[in-house]
Write a protein that binds this ligand. Structure first.
Ligand SMILES: *[C@@H]1O[C@H](CO)[C@@H](O)[C@H](O)[C@H]1NC(C)=O
Ligand SMILES: *[C@@H]1O[C@H](CO)[C@@H](O)[C@H](O)[C@H]1NC(C)=O
Ligand SMILES: *[C@@H]1O[C@H](CO)[C@@H](O)[C@H](O)[C@H]1NC(C)=O
Ligand SMILES: *[C@@H]1O[C@H](CO)[C@@H](O)[C@H](O)[C@H]1NC(C)=O
Ligand SMILES: *[C@@H]1O[C@H](CO)[C@@H](O)[C@H](O)[C@H]1NC(C)=O
Ligand SMILES: *[C@@H]1O[C@H](CO)[C@@H](O)[C@H](O)[C@H]1NC(C)=O
Ligand SMILES: *[C@@H]1O[C@H](CO)[C@@H](O)[C@H](O)[C@H]1NC(C)=O
Length: 745
């Protein structure tokens, strides 16, 4: 291994000056047909469409908030970014679409407030849904899509592959189980709500909510292709609305818009849903009670071709005292990446990106809401009645295929390039690399997991080097299996379809142009096979989903080897491989699809039982739990930030799923009973937890209330609910604490 970030940067710069050269691979092996597989034949007309416009529809939401303290947050790969509290609970939101005339034709689109979908999580969900009984046998491998919002502010340590769990010190069962259980519960709730209804689709533009953070790579795409688009990121949101037939009330909306869940910075330690979690919560609360809205309405704000997008809309700046913009080509400040930071709309407020997250979330809510309020005039009904899904696993390692122009190429075993270690302007430096490359002579390392796994680091084979082309290989992750697989070589290939709407379920973060090419390829193939009759095919892309295959840059962007290209695992032809496979299997989405379902393909490794963990469990708590340490003020006014501090216990003792650690309670005007007014789902209330003594096990919980301008005058108080763990025996006990009354004028 090389040592030191600066050496990495030098190698990275050398690597990126290589000319782009895509070699044609001489060895061409014909695609292996799987049993029952039907290759795409553009001359065959596949569809005899049903006339139906009614679908079986269901929506469901459940809490997935894992351990909010003493665990690394997932996304920035910063081992010091350990949770210290909760601003907003995280959710799974499931949407079921089915064919009422054929119960087998159904799919689930799940949106998790997590960094991505994942193989371990998906396996857990598949097992959990199977355990619900025979009513649920219709849901399984082919038709469950597990997508993540790409939120970087949730608890981590739940992923199947080793690499993304190194900085979290391994795998955490509690964190994993919270997501799985909530995911399953959201499907159960969606299933129990199934009813017939209609779907309609519209788009709305959103200005100033995303920018391209790698325009230098984007500009490598052909000029004539770029000329088709007015921006270097997609500025529109797609919205699918679910409406119940019986009373014409809306069950939910599902939206797609590309923007990274990195409004809150890599130094934030309070769990929240970032901009998409905020938008979803805002929408659900704002429309509650409207005459057009059904009880249990669910708003899913799903991620799209997110790869090169950033919510830091003011651009990337050097925070090294120079106050200049980072270099255009490699986002450097005085030659290094560390000091280059993206700035969100409210970067001057020193709250680690929270206000910027709120602003970018509000923009997504506002756009979805304005479209929702003007629905009829701007939307397209989803026609044709066909509901289909396919899923297969593909081993990408040396997968050989033909480009549309006839050239034979291949995908490669997964590998990460040097640019990966540099991180991005959303947060520089990834995966503990400084520490990972600490070349201390005795081989010790401050991260015990790196110390164990560093022996697995290996040099790529000449075949792999040739396959990866211009990418200088830093981590040959696809060929590393010690102590278990580091990154997926086997990718999920999945597409869903309802009527003329196709949903690409992308296992990686497709860049802006990758998403455009992929969607166009699916639309063209569907049109070529006349799958949607007189309706134009509509295509959305959701992800990262089902697994986490890092990035998907175009071959031209790959040639630049910025972070996104360096993190494009399967080599220069990663995107063409996904496009080839998804279009190849498209006939499985036609109304007269082959009777034999698509073969499942090779199973990816299930690492759940093997996973290492260096994460310490809760030892014990002591103290007068719930006792007020610092009381709230007796009076307060709108716009103020007020707090109360209690003697606490470790929140990991009880995740309070579907419940809350913190409440603002309001007293009835008669001066009597208290009722819950705000809880852990509300942005304005923050729960902070601090371990005050690791030996005696004392801790404090501080509740902050950012009183909004429109608060009703009245009498309020803070309420704190916790669970303590007794020393030695480890018994868990419930407790609560209440602040004094606060009169808000
Ligand atoms: C990592 O997180 C810590 C703790 O919040 C923060 O102080 C630090 O700035 C972060 N560093 C990086 C490189 O992300
Ligand atoms: C955050 O930025 C937005 C957009 O510039 C602005 O409208 C808003 O007032 C700012 N919020 C605060 C609290 O300053
Ligand atoms: C968090 O990171 C941002 C972005 O670099 C920086 O501006 C801010 O000062 C940091 N805040 C704290 C409290 O470290
Ligand atoms: C994937 O393909 C590679 C190369 O052909 C092979 O070595 C590997 O065993 C395959 N993996 C699985 C799980 O089939
Ligand atoms: C995908 O590659 C296979 C194998 O080379 C080829 O037969 C097929 O035509 C390609 N399909 C598409 C849709 O590009
Ligand atoms: C086909 O496309 C690839 C990738 O763009 C290119 O490298 C190759 O030269 C093209 N082949 C032909 C025959 O045009
Ligand atoms: C490398 O890690 C060891 C053990 O944590 C530490 O003592 C040493 O100072 C580190 N060296 C460098 C150059 O950071």
């Amino acid at each position: 291994m090389v040592s030191g970030v600066s050496l990495l940067m030098v190698l990275y710069q050398i690597g990126s000056t290589f000319a782009i050269s895509f070699s044609d691979f001489a060895r061409y092996v014909h695609i292996q047909q799987k049993d029952g597989e039907v290759p795409f034949d553009p001359t065959h007309k596949w569809d005899t469409r049903a006339a139906g416009q009614q679908y079986l529809l269901g929506v469901g939401k459940a809490d997935i908030t894992g351990p909010v303290v003493e665990l690394e947050l997932m996304g920035y790969a910063n081992s010091s970014q350990i949770g210290t509290g909760l601003r907003q609970r995280l959710y799974s939101r499931s949407f079921i679409i089915g064919d009422p005339t054929n119960p087998a034709d159904r799919f689930v689109y799940m949106v998790l407030d997590t960094q991505s979908g994942d193989t371990a999580i998906r396996n857990g969900i598949l097992e959990g849904v199977a355990a619900l009984g025979s009513d649920y046998a219709v849901y399984g491998q082919p038709n469950i899509a597990v997508t993540g919002t790409h939120n970087h502010n949730g608890p981590g340590a739940w992923l199947n592959y080793l690499l993304p769990t190194i900085t979290s010190l391994g795998f955490d069962k509690q964190s994993y189980q919270a997501i799985v259980d909530g995911g399953v519960l959201s499907i159960k709730r969606a299933h129990e709500s199934l009813t017939t209804g209609t779907l309609s689709y519209g788009t709305v533009d959103i200005e100033d909510a995303n920018i391209n953070r790698s325009p230098y790579a984007y500009l490598a795409n052909p000029a004539d292709e770029r000329a088709n688009y007015k921006s270097d990121v997609d500025k529109f949101m797609s919205v699918l609305k679910f409406t119940r037939a019986s009373d014409n009330k809306d069950l939910g909306i599902l939206t797609w818009f590309p923007v990274h869940g990195t409004s809150m910075y890599g130094n934030n330690t309070i769990v929240a849903g970032d901009n998409k979690g905020i938008a979803a919560d805002m929408f659900e609360k704002a429309v509650k009670g409207l005459s057009t809205v059904a009880d249990g309405f669910v708003a899913g704000f799903s991620q799209s071709n997110v790869g090169d997008t950033s919510p830091n809309t003011l651009g990337a700046w050097c925070e090294d005292g120079t106050n200049v913009q980072c270099t255009f080509d490699f986002s450097l400040c005085s030659g290094v990446a560390e000091n280059c930071h993206g700035r969100g709309p409210n970067f001057t407020i020193t709250d680690r990106g929270a206000t910027s997250a709120y602003t970018i979330g509000t923009k997504q809510y506002d756009a979805a809401r304005s479209l929702y309020d003007n629905w009829q005039s701007q939307t397209t009904p989803i026609n044709g009645g066909v509901v289909k899904a396919f899923h297969t696993f593909q081993n990408m390692s040396f997968y050989q295929f033909t480009l549309p122009n006839g050239t034979h190429v291949q995908a490669c075993p997964a590998a990460l390039g040097y640019g990966f270690a540099g991180g991005t302007s959303d947060w520089p430096g990834s995966f503990d690399f400084k520490q990972g490359n600490n070349g201390s002579s005795d081989g010790t390392h401050s991260n015990p997991l790196w110390a164990v796994v560093s022996t697995a680091l290996r040099s790529p084979t000449p075949e792999q080097k040739e396959c990866q082309g211009i990418k200088p290989i830093l981590l040959d992750v696809g060929e590393m299996d010690f102590p278990y697989a580091w990154a997926p070589d086997i990718a999920d290939i999945q597409v869903l379809r309802v009527g003329q709407l196709f949903m690409i379920i992308s296992p990686g973060e497709a860049t802006t142009m990758s998403g455009r090419r992929w969607k166009t390829a699916i639309a063209d193939a569907a049109k070529g096979a006349e799958m949607t009759g007189s309706d134009e095919p509509l295509v959305v892309l959701g992800g990262p989903a089902n697994s986490y295959t890092h990035y998907i840059a175009t071959p031209e962007e790959y040639g630049i080897q910025r972070y996104e290209g360096a993190s494009t695992l399967y080599g220069p032809y990663t995107l063409p491989a996904y496009m080839n496979l998804t279009t190849y299997y498209l006939p499985y989405l036609s109304s007269n699809a082959p009777a034999t379902p698509l073969a499942p393909g090779p199973s990816p490794p299930d690492n759940r039982a093997k996973a290492l963990s260096f994460i310490s469990p809760v030892v014990w708590d002591t103290g007068s739990f719930g006792q007020v340490v610092t009381d709230a003020p007796k009076t307060a006014t709108a716009g103020q930030l007020i707090s109360a501090t209690f003697q606490g216990a470790n929140p990991r003792n009880n995740l309070r799923l579907e419940g809350s650690y913190a409440y603002i309670q309001q007293q009835d005007s008669s001066g009597g009973a208290w009722h819950n007014y705000k809880d852990d789902s509300d942005w304005e209330l923050v729960f902070n937890w601090v371990r005050t003594n690791t030996v005696t096990g004392t801790s404090t919980a501080t509740l902050d209330w950012h009183i909004p301008a429109n608060v009703p005058a009245g009498t309020y108080r803070f309420a704190y609910f916790g669970t303590s763990k007794t020393p030695v025996i480890g018994t868990l006990k419930e407790f609560s604490g209440f602040s004094g009354s606060i009169v808000v004028q």
